[in-house]
Design a protein around this ligand. Structure first.
Ligand SMILES: [Zn+2]
Length: 117
């Protein structure tokens, strides 16, 4: 949980920097993409967002909302190049049976967009 609070703090700082350049001061809506293989789950991030609201983060108001889009993990086999949806981190390639495909999506948390005022 403290991991998500810190992570959310970093993301809010990035948004705050960008908003300053655009002459905006408050976030109406923040949209994130969260990979199923990232180290955080949407629930924890939503909770972290609420904590930052409660802690009176300067760019958030009572009305600020968080929207999370979940991105499914995808892996590419390092041997045959087959792309598949792994069910855990050390999944076997369904084509050639080799473990340890390279994750090509779903392993990160990204800011997709935000609406500011
Ligand atoms: Zn393979």
């Amino acid at each position: 949980m403290s991991h998500e609070v810190a992570l959310m703090g970093d993301m809010l700082n990035l948004v705050a920097e960008d908003m300053q350049k655009r002459g905006l001061s408050k976030v109406k809506k923040l949209k994130l993409r969260v990979g199923t293989f990232s180290h955080s789950v949407p629930d924890a991030l939503e909770m972290a967002f609420e904590i930052h609201k409660a802690m009176k983060a300067p760019i958030l108001t009572e009305e600020s909302t968080l929207e999370i889009e979940v991105e499914e993990a995808r892996a590419r086999c390092v041997i045959c190049g087959h792309e598949y949806v792994p069910d855990h981190r050390v999944a076997l390639c369904p084509n050639c049976g080799v473990p340890g495909g390279k994750l090509i999506a779903g392993d990160a948390i990204r800011i997709l967009s935000y609406e500011g005022v």
